[in-house]
Design a protein around this ligand. Structure first.
Ligand SMILES: [Zn+2]
Length: 445
């Protein structure tokens, strides 16, 4: 969404402030104008694809998704205080340990977090907590849409730091950076406590033992204490301490004294699915290490250091053949070596495995552009733009192709889009601005 429109919404909001109602308890709170359920759902649906793209895409395990989806949607969300929202559940393919929700019922959990869980009741409490943020409307309070967009621009700018130069975009490790940066979606302590209680209520309603919720949080605290860096994002968006953990058991005793005995803790199927995620997680740890080596090799301009990373990624691809992330890594290595034909082959494979990955389309476009095949490159950049609308890079690259093809009006539009989607001080913003000014002056930059 263009900055000008955000500014307009913000200034309009000043005149629309007043009282809104919490759908769970009917309490009034100060707000910038009531957002309808339809608007809230539209907001979540609009931004979910960009959050997915910034977090390594969707974890490609349909059996896992369908099992967990039934828990999150049918057992928790549809029995919550807002059963009629268009709830959607996504597993993000990143090693970051995180879970979050966007307004309107978009609920996310990461591969990294799943790999740490011990049982199904823990998962239910955690997802009940995220459902609680949505049912209480925590994430549409305040600036709502504008705040979410600014989180996205922040995310993109972090990823963009890793693009050494917008003229020759090499590579990125969004699966490593990604959702750790969602700090603007931070909630207050009271909101966290409220969501913890909803996590308990919704887990009990779904037939799970609520006392497992406490164990999840204790696990997170121990990971943090053990220096697990992948948990920093979760800790910054959902601040956690032992006082908060103690509240959970107190609330269970107070709110659910008559809960039935023998509530569910785990199931054989969940245990099996978790084992497969843990196995995948160890392979992805090798992938993350290889990608960090690639980023370092690019920084040092040391192509020799790419060989080890390539061997590691090939091993990963053999062990998890249905996952596109490893082909994308191999393609990035080929691009770094300026082997565009080899890169295109890796990205072809990635796209055939997982057609909706932003990086697959974006970087195949780069390889094709380097091979002077502008038509196919354009199709890839358009596809990347439609997968992740908030990212400036596909817009910038579309602008460059339009310029080469002598379509100045199109080039102007694309460069403007790139500027709207990037922070003013970033290099891509500056480049797009220079290109735009040169176009307007009637000479190519
Ligand atoms: Zn929370």
């Amino acid at each position: 969404m263009p900055r000008a429109i955000i500014a307009a919404i913000l200034s309009l909001a000043v005149f629309l402030t007043g009282c809104c109602t919490d759908p769970v308890n009917g309490e009034s709170y100060f707000c910038f104008g009531e957002v309808s359920d339809q608007e809230e759902a539209a907001m979540g649906a609009e931004y979910a694809p960009s959050f997915i793209a910034e977090s390594g895409g969707i974890y490609p395990d349909p059996a896992l998704h369908s099992y967990l989806n039934e828990i999150v949607i049918d057992k928790l969300a549809k029995r919550s205080h807002r059963p009629d929202l268009p709830w959607e559940f996504h597993i993000l393919n990143t090693s970051q340990i995180n879970a979050f929700a966007l307004p309107g019922g978009q609920v996310f959990v990461t591969r990294g977090l799943l790999s740490k869980l011990e049982n199904e009741a823990q998962f239910a409490h955690l997802m009940g907590h995220e459902v609680g943020h949505v049912t209480h409307r925590h994430s549409v309070r305040g600036q709502g849409r504008a705040a979410i967009f600014s989180v996205l621009v922040g995310l993109v700018s972090v990823a963009e730091e890793q693009l050494l130069d917008p003229e020759t975009p090499h590579l990125i490790t969004p699966a490593v950076a990604g959702v750790g940066q969602l700090t603007i979606l931070k909630f207050s302590r009271d909101q966290e406590l409220q969501s913890d209680r909803r996590g308990v209520d919704y887990a009990v309603a779904a037939g799970y033992d609520p006392l497992e919720g406490k164990k999840t949080f204790e696990l997170f605290l121990s990971l943090k204490g053990g220096g697990e860096s992948m948990i920093e994002g979760l800790m910054s968006t959902h601040p956690l301490d032992s006082a908060r953990i103690d509240q959970i058991d107190k609330y269970v005793a107070k709110a659910h004294p008559d809960r039935p005995n023998g509530l569910a803790v785990n199931s054989t199927q969940f245990g099996g699915l978790l084992a497969s995620v843990r196995n995948a997680q160890t392979i992805y740890e090798k992938h993350d290490e290889a990608m960090a080596m690639v980023a370092q090799a690019q920084k040092d301009n040391n192509l020799g250091a790419l060989d080890t990373a390539e061997t590691m990624l090939r091993q990963c691809a053999n062990e998890l053949p249905g996952h596109a992330a490893f082909s994308i890594g191999l393609g990035a290595i080929a691009l770094t070596r300026n082997d565009n034909t080899g890169a295109e082959r890796h990205f072809d494979k990635a796209i055939s495995l997982q057609p909706n990955l932003f990086m697959g389309s974006l970087y195949r476009g780069v390889a094709r552009e380097n091979l002077q095949r502008l038509g196919p490159a354009k199709q890839d950049f358009e596809r990347a733009h439609s997968i992740h609308n908030a990212h400036p890079l596909p817009c910038y690259l579309m602008g460059k192709i339009a310029e080469t093809e002598n379509r100045p009006a199109d080039a102007t539009t694309w460069y403007q889009r790139a500027m709207e989607r990037s922070p003013a001080e970033s290099s891509i913003h500056t480049k797009a601005k220079e290109k735009l000014e040169a176009l307007q002056a009637g000479s190519p930059a």
